[in-house]
Structure formats: structure tokens, C-alpha cells
Ligand binder design. Structure first.
Ligand SMILES: NC(=O)c1ccc[n+]([C@@H]2O[C@H](COP(=O)([O-])OP(=O)(O)OC[C@H]3O[C@@H](n4cnc5c(N)ncnc54)[C@H](OP(=O)(O)O)[C@@H]3O)[C@@H](O)[C@H]2O)c1
Length: 312
């Protein structure tokens, strides 16, 4: 990842600007939720810099349409992998398929659902927001990290969190929201806090192992993407009314590209980023002990569900 130029990046920078001339030829990237919003702009930028990208999405046709639109304008090759993060069998199948990639340098865990109401569940019975945004990505990364680590070359895991982690809370003995009130926004905050704690513990583990793979979490800014359009009520009105002041998807993806490519982030694994800069997460996201406990519980939940589904 060489060739960066000293361009000052900020809240209105785009994903292409955030590349700062970086050359990703020969690199391979996997991006979840690549068919829409920030995910497709992330793929556009990574593939513009020469990376071969795997666009993961739950609707393969939608992914193929986006890949066909992007491909003529970019250098890297874009392929499509079906992945439903709300279904462990689909994640297992995707993990098996992605194992045959020649290499894997960048893993961008971008997909997400926001403020789902009423309460819904994944195929394996997890509360949908926690199950998709955190557990689905947790399981996917457990399948792909061994490949990244085995390469022995620098790689990055980039996780899309949100400033909404600030009102999140980890209910360690009821992660699946079975014995407490379900709030659509509260659950989103909890899942986004889980994303951040996942990165904290992953970075710690990678450092302990002496792996050159690094992990970063980020808030992309409030962006005009389809995530805000089908929530209904005041949230939809907010996203539509304030559209001119929100970041575009290309601007929202800038921090992802910064996290994936900035040479100055080397050695800063575990950092949280906003507007293409390091930022301080809320206190709840700095709890190393909770990060460890969440990791262990997530492993327990996923393993039990895999066993139940006959997939272990
Ligand atoms: N936009 C914002 O203001 C904002 C702010 C803070 C954080 N974020 C975070 O940024 C990330 C990207 O969001 P976005 O704004 O680009 O929204 P988006 O356009 O709605 O994209 C979300 C992506 O996640 C995918 N997805 C949802 N459930 C999935 C599942 N079960 N399996 C696989 N993929 C699934 C969606 O697929 P479908 O197209 O099939 O639904 C879509 O590709 C999310 O993690 C979000 O929480 C966004």
C-alpha cells in the first residue's frame, strides 16, 4: 500500500480522495453489504486503486447489477458472493467459498441494519440487529481471519460502527434480548457498541499473536443512504428533509477507505476513526474487560447455534 500523497482529509472528503493515490494492485478485499450505500462506494474506491474486490450481499442479483455498473470504470476485478448475515448457514457457505481466494488483505465488515421495528430475529433466533451487525460479522471473521493471518503480510479488518455506540450497552447475560424490553434504537446502539468492542478485543488478540493484521472501527458520519429510508416515522422524515446536509455515500465511505489504506495508521490497531481521523470513542467502548467477555459470549452463542443447526 504505497504512494500516499499529503492531502488533508476531512468530513467532506470522498472515498476516492481518501485513497490519496494509494496503489492496491495485487490486493484482495472482501466487503459485506457491497451492493448499496457506503459498501458500493467502498468497492468503487478500492477497485479504482486496483484491488480485486468480492462484493458480498444477500441478494446476488442486486450485487451483480452493482458489480456490472462499477466494473467498466475501475481497475480491479469485482466478483459477487452471496452472504446473508442473518443466517449462519449462509455465512458458513460464504466462508467456505471465500477460502479459495488467492489471498485476502482487506476485510471490510460494512453491512448493517438500523433501528428495526418491531423486534425481529435472524434465522438462528438471534435478535436481528445484534445478530446481523455483530454476531454475523463475528462468525464471518472467525472463518476468514486464519487465512489473513497465515499470509504473514499486513492486512486490515475494518468494521463499520456508529456514533450510536454511545447510547449502547452490553447486557452480557441477555445479549439476545430475551428478558428485557426491546427498543429499536437501543438495540442498534448495543450492536454498534458490540462492533467497537469486537475491534478492541480483536486488535488485542492480533497484537498478542504478533500478527501483522490490524483492526479498526469507525463512524462514517450521518450519510444519505437507503439505511435511513425504510425505517418509517420521524427517522425517514429526518433522512429525507436533511438530505442536502448529510454526507453522500461517497463521503461516508471515505473513513472506511482511510481505515483500510492510510499508512499512518500502521501500529495503531484498535483505533476508532471519524471523518478520516482518529477519534475518541465513548467510555463504554473503552472497557477491555467487557470486550473480552463479549468475545467469549459471542463465541458461545455462535457455537451453540451452529451445533443446533447441525453445522458444527
Ligand atoms: N448511513 C448512515 O448514516 C450511517 C451512520 C452510522 C453508521 N452506519 C453504518 O454503515 C454501514 C453501511 O450502511 P449504509 O448507510 O451504507 O446503509 P445501506 O445502504 O442500507 O447498506 C446496508 C447494507 O447492509 C446490507 N445488509 C443488511 N442486512 C444484511 C444481511 N442480513 N446480510 C447481508 N447484508 C445485509 C444491505 O443489504 P440489502 O441491500 O440487501 O438490504 C446493504 O447492502 C452500516 O453498518 C451502518 O450501521 C451508517
Amino acid at each position: 500500500m504505497v504512494g500516499s500523497k499529503p492531502i488533508k482529509l476531512g468530513s467532506r472528503s470522498t472515498a476516492i480522495e481518501a485513497l490519496r493515490g494509494v496503489d492496491l494492485t495485487g490486493k484482495v478485499a472482501v466487503v459485506t453489504g457491497g451492493n448499496s450505500g457506503l459498501g458500493s462506494e467502498t468497492i468503487r474506491a478500492l477497485a479504482t486503486a486496483g484491488a480485486d474486490c468480492v462484493l458480498c450481499c444477500r441478494n446476488k442479483k442486486a450485487g451483480q447489477a452493482v458489480a456490472a455498473e462499477l466494473q467498466p470504470t475501475v481497475k480491479g476485478k469485482i466478483s459477487v458472493q452471496r452472504l446473508d448475515l442473518a443466517d449462519l448457514s449462509s455465512i458458513k457457505a460464504a466462508g467456505d467459498a471465500l477460502a479459495s481466494l488467492p489471498s485476502l488483505d482487506l476485510l471490510v465488515l460494512n453491512a448493517g441494519v438500523m433501528a428495526v421495528r418491531p423486534k425481529q430475529h435472524t434465522k438462528d433466533g438471534f435478535e436481528l440487529q445484534f445478530g446481523t451487525n455483530h454476531l454475523g460479522h463475528f462468525y464471518l471473521s472467525s472463518q476468514l481471519l486464519p487465512k489473513m493471518k497465515k499470509q504473514g503480510t499486513p492486512g486490515r479488518v475494518v468494521v463499520l460502527s456508529s456514533s450510536a455506540h454511545g447510547f449502547g450497552r452490553i447486557h452480557i447475560d441477555d445479549l439476545n434480548c430475551e428478558r428485557r424490553w426491546y427498543g429499536a434504537w437501543a438495540s442498534y446502539g448495543n450492536a454498534k457498541l458490540a462492533n467497537l468492542l469486537f475491534v478492541k478485543e480483536l486488535a488485542r488478540r492480533l497484537q498478542e499473536e504478533g500478527s501483522p493484521v490490524e483492526a479498526f472501527a469507525l463512524h462514517p458520519g450521518i450519510c444519505h443512504t437507503s439505511i435511513g429510508e425504510h425505517m418509517g416515522g420521524r427517522a425517514t422524515v429526518f433522512y429525507c428533509m436533511y438530505k442536502p446536509w448529510l454526507k453522500s455515500a461517497a463521503q461516508g465511505a471515505a473513513t472506511t477507505i482511510y481505515a483500510a489504506t492510510a499508512p499512518e495508521l500502521s501500529g495503531k490497531s484498535g483505533a476508532y476513526l471519524e471523518d478520516c481521523h482518529e477519534a475518541k470513542p465513548w467510555r463504554c467502548a473503552r472497557d477491555a474487560d467487557m470486550a473480552r467477555r463479549l468475545w467469549d459470549k459471542s463465541e458461545e452463542l455462535v457455537q451453540a447455534a451452529l451445533k443446533k443447526a447441525g453445522l458444527a
